[in-house]
Design a protein around this ligand. Structure first.
Ligand code: ASP
Length: 580
C-alpha cells in the first residue's frame, strides 16, 4: 500500500496514529538535526519532520511513514496546519531534476515557461482548483440533464467542410485522395438530425474546432455543452436551461441567481448598453440625447445621426489630464471614436463642459438630466452613426465600470438576450449573414418579411434566438430551428448561397427535413468560459488542462509540426513549405 491517507486529510483528531503518505516534495528546510518537508498531492500539503538531513530535492516523489503529532507552531493557513508527521521510515519513489519554476500557489515562472512544462504547472493549487471546478460543473450538467431525460449522444469529429462563419480545420483523407474531412465547428447539423431521428432531448459535452485568428482568450479547440430538444418553443428551452444554470450555481458555488433570470431584447440591449452582452452588474446606462443637441450651431452633433451619453458617478472632479487621457483612450482603434465630449455636473449645481460655447447651463442641465446624472457625476458624450456609437459608448461604459470597481467577479448578474434580428447585412460583402446561424428560424409572425425580396423587410425579421449572458460575457446561445425543407432552402437563398452550393454542402439536412422533422430548438454553452466565470477568472486557459497559446501552438508537445514526406505522399499532399 503506497499511502494510508492523502496529504490533505490529517487533522488533530488523528494525533497518535501511524500513517503513510505519498506525494511530491514542495519545500525542504534543514536545521541540521531536523529537516522539515512540505509534502504535496492534489488534496493538500502535510508537514513531515525528518531526523537529520536526508537527501531531499524539490519534486522528489517520496513515501513516508510516521506518527501524527500536534505541531508546536501551528499553521492556520492550511487545513492540516495543526499536525505534522514524525517520519520513522521513508522511500524515494522517484527523484526529480530541479523544476524550472516554483510549484506553489504563486509561481515564479513566466507564462511561456509554465506552458512548456504544463504538467508541472498543473501540480499548482490554482490549476488544481480550476480543473476540480470544471469537473464539478461537468458532473452537475450531466446530473441535471440526465434527470430531465436528456440522452448524451456522441457525434462525429470527421465531418464535411461547410464554412459559414468561422474557418474549418480540415483533415486530409488517405483513403479518398484529394478529399478532406473538416472538424466540426459545432455539432449543429448532427444534433438537428438526431431530432429528425426522434431523440427528442440530446446533449453532449463536446469539443468544437474553429480556425480563427486567436483574439485574446480564444482557443482553436474548445468545449461546448451542446443541447437540442424537440417539440419545444423558446420558452421551454429558456426554462430548461435556466434551471440548469441555477443548479450549477447553487451546487458548485452555493450562489442563488435571480429567479427568473431577467430577459432583454437585443434592441434594448443595444440601446441601453451598447452591447448584445451587457454587463448588468452596474447601471450607467446609455441615453440618447440627439434631440437635445440639435440646432445650437455645433456642427459635429448636428451632422450626426445619433448622440448618446453615459453619466459616470462621482467623476465630476476628473482633471484636465484625466479627461485628455480618456479622450485618447476612446480614440484608440479598439474603440474607434473621433473625440469625446464631457459635461461635468459640479457639486455646486453648475456645469462645466467642452461644448460650453454652444450650449448654455440649461441645455447642459437638460442633457445631464436625460442621462440621469446627479451632482458630482461626469457625463461622457459620443456621436456618429447610431449602432456604431452605441457600441463605442458600451465599450466606454464597461471601461468606466471597471475603473470604478463595479465589475466584481464574485457578483453574478445573468440575463437572457432575446429577439435577435435573424439577418445581418454586410456592407463589405453586399450580402446577408445569419446573425446566429443559417438553421435559425424566423419568428412565425415575421415570416411574411422573410419571403420578401426587399432588404428593409429582411432586416426587420427577428428570430426566436437567445443568448445567455453573464457579467458582460456571452456564455451560450441558441435558437428555435427551421424544420421545413422549403424554408431552409429559402434561408440559403437569402444568404446568397446558390442552389447548387446549398445542395452540395447542406443537401443532407434539407433532405432529412423532408422525412418528418419535428419542431425543435436548442442551444450551446461555451463550457470553458462557464468554468472561468464560475471560477471568478477572465481567462479560459487555466480551466483547460492542455491549452494552446495565442498562435494556436501547443508549446509543450511542440505542435503543429511538419510531417514526413511519406505521410505527405500517402495523403497526396504537396507543401510549398519545405522541412528544414
Ligand atoms: N451550434 C450553435 C453554436 O455553436 C449553438 C446552437 O445554436 O445550439 O453557436
Amino acid at each position: 500500500m503506497y499511502r494510508t491517507h492523502t496529504c490533505g486529510e490529517l487533522r488533530l483528531t488523528d494525533k497518535g496514529k501511524t500513517v503513510t503518505l505519498a506525494g511530491w516534495v514542495q519545500t525542504v528546510r534543514s536545521f541540521g538535526s531536523m529537516t522539515f518537508v512540505d509534502l504535496r498531492d492534489r488534496y493538500g500539503i502535510t508537514q513531515l519532520v525528518f531526523e537529520g538531513t536526508p537527501e531531499m530535492g524539490r519534486e522528489y516523489v517520496i513515501q513516508a511513514t510516521g506518527e501524527v503529532l500536534e505541531r508546536s507552531s501551528k499553521n492556520p493557513k492550511i487545513p492540516t496546519g495543526d499536525i505534522e508527521i514524525k517520519v520513522t521510515e521513508f522511500n524515494y519513489l522517484n527523484k526529480s531534476v530541479t523544476p524550472p519554476f516554483t510549484i506553489e500557489e504563486k509561481s515564479d515562472g513566466g507564462e511561456d515557461l509554465r506552458a512548456k512544462y504544463r504538467y508541472l504547472d498543473l501540480r499548482r493549487p490554482p490549476l488544481q482548483r480550476a480543473l476540480a471546478l470544471r469537473h464539478r460543473l461537468a458532473q452537475e450538467v450531466r446530473n441535471y440533464l440526465d434527470g430531465q431525460g436528456f440522452m448524451e449522444i456522441e457525434t462525429p469529429y470527421l465531418i464535411k467542410s461547410t464554412p459559414e462563419g468561422a474557418r474549418d480545420f480540415v483533415v486530409p483523407s488517405r483513403m479518398n485522395p484529394g478529399q478532406f474531412y473538416a472538424l466540426p465547428q459545432s455539432p449543429q447539423t448532427f444534433k438537428q438530425l438526431l431530432m429528425v431521428a426522434g431523440y427528442d432531448r440530446y446533449f453532449q459535452i463536446v469539443r468544437c474546432f474553429r480556425d480563427e485568428d486567436l483574439r485574446a482568450d480564444r482557443q482553436p479547440e474548445f468545449t461546448q455543452i451542446d443541447c437540442e430538444m424537440s417539440f419545444v418553443e423558446q420558452e421551454d428551452v429558456l426554462n430548461m436551461f435556466e434551471g440548469m444554470m441555477r443548479t450549477m450555481f447553487h451546487n458548485a458555488l452555493g450562489v442563488d441567481i435571480p429567479n427568473p433570470i431577467p430577459r432583454m431584447s437585443w434592441y434594448d440591449a443595444m440601446d441601453r448598453y451598447g452591447s448584445d452582452k451587457p454587463d448588468i452588474r452596474f447601471g450607467m446606462e446609455i441615453h440618447e440625447i440627439t434631440g437635445l443637441t440639435r440646432g445650437h450651431g455645433f456642427g459635429v452633433f448636428d451632422g450626426s445621426e445619433y448622440v448618446g451619453a453615459i453619466a459616470v458617478p462621482g467623476a465630476s472632479e476628473y482633471t484636465r489630464k484625466q479627461l485628455d487621457e480618456l479622450t485618447e483612450w476612446v480614440k484608440r482603434p479598439q474603440v474607434g471614436a473621433k473625440g469625446l465630449v464631457y459635461i461635468k455636473c459640479n457639486t455646486d449645481g453648475t456645469f462645466k463642459s467642452s461644448i460650453d460655447k454652444f450650449y448654455g447651463p440649461e441645455d447642459l442641465g437638460a442633457m445631464a438630466a436625460a442621462c440621469e446624472a446627479k451632482a458630482g457625476d461626469l457625463v461622457l458624450v459620443l456621436c456618429g452613426a447610431k449602432r456604431k456609437t452605441q457600441t463605442m459608448l458600451g465599450v466606454l461604459r464597461v471601461e468606466m465600470g471597471g475603473r470604478l470597481g463595479y465589475r466584481d467577479p464574485k457578483v453574478f448578474a445573468p440575463l437572457w438576450i432575446v429577439d435577435f434580428p435573424l439577418l445581418e447585412w454586410s456592407e463589405e460583402d453586399g450580402r446577408f449573414y445569419a446573425m446566429h446561424h443559417p438553421f435559425t428560424a424566423p419568428k412565425p409572425e415575421h415570416e411574411k418579411w422573410f419571403y420578401s425580396d426587399k432588404k428593409e423587410d429582411l432586416e426587420r425579421v427577428c428570430a426566436n434566438a437567445y443568448d445567455f449572458v453573464l457579467n458582460g460575457t456571452e456564455l451560450g446561445g441558441g435558437s428555435i430551428r427551421i424544420h421545413d425543407a422549403a424554408m431552409q432552402s429559402r434561408m440559403f437563398e437569402v444568404l446568397g448561397i446558390s442552389k447548387e452550393d446549398a445542395d452540395y454542402k447542406f443537401g443532407f439536412i434539407i433532405n432529412a427535413f423532408k422525412f418528418g422533422a419535428p419542431p425543435h430548438g436548442g442551444l450551446a454553452f461555451g463550457f470553458d468560459r462557464v468554468c472561468a466565470l464560475f471560477g471568478g477568472q477572465e481567462t479560459i486557459r487555466d480551466f483547460i488542462a492542455f491549452p494552446k497559446n495565442n498562435q494556436g501552438r501547443d508549446v509543450m508537445i511542440d505542435s503543429p509540426s511538419l510531417i514526413d514526406q511519406v505521410q505527405m505522399d500517402e495523403l497526396c499532399l504537396e507543401s510549398t513549405v519545405k522541412a528544414g
